[in-house]
Design a protein around this ligand. Structure first.
Ligand code: SF4
Length: 156
């Protein structure tokens, strides 16, 4: 085994205390948040303003919390749910694109319109170029293996 410390990390009391949900998801005891958000309806209009999207997002987060609790308690099974056409996960994608119109995704806060090809400090436009991706074995033990993606243009 390349990282034997990774195998035991999920039993470490400090990891269990700091990342309880993460440990349960890795051990298939709880459902990952992105799967839950895919099951939460988000009732936004066909041509929504950003303000509307944020308002619907707020409500959908409350619904997500309720569903998460029901799933955690075993009152509902994820396999019994049907994904809505417009979900909280779709809504998050939409909001992410709105943010790209005046990008403040990181502390640089360049305010560039990445959807129109403007480049900020990171020089990443609408889509990432990927130079490599792989399972990375060099992170902290509790997150080994990690799926790592490198963009050739990222400057640190
Ligand atoms: S550096 Fe990139 S991600 Fe950060 S705010 Fe600027 S354009 Fe957005």
């Amino acid at each position: 085994m390349v990282r034997p410390d990774a195998a035991s990390a999920l039993e470490d009391p400090k990891v269990l205390s700091a990342l309880p949900r993460y440990v349960d998801v890795v051990k298939n005891r709880r459902i990952a948040k992105f799967l839950i958000s895919r099951m939460v309806p988000a009732d936004y209009s066909d041509n929504p303003s950003t303000e509307e999207l944020w308002m619907v997002h707020e409500k959908a987060l409350a619904s997500e919390a309720e569903l998460e609790e029901s799933l955690d308690r075993g009152k509902v099974k994820i396999g019994d749910l049907h994904p809505p056409t417009r979900s909280l996960l779709h809504l998050k994608h939409l909001l992410g694109r709105r943010i790209l119109e005046s990008c403040v995704l990181c502390e640089r806060r360049c305010m560039k319109n990445r959807l129109r090809g403007e480049l900020g400090y990171c020089r990443i436009g609408e889509e990432m170029k990927v130079s490599s991706y792989f399972e990375h074995m060099g992170e902290e033990p509790e997150v080994v293996p990690s799926f790592t993606v490198y963009d050739p243009r990222i400057r640190t």
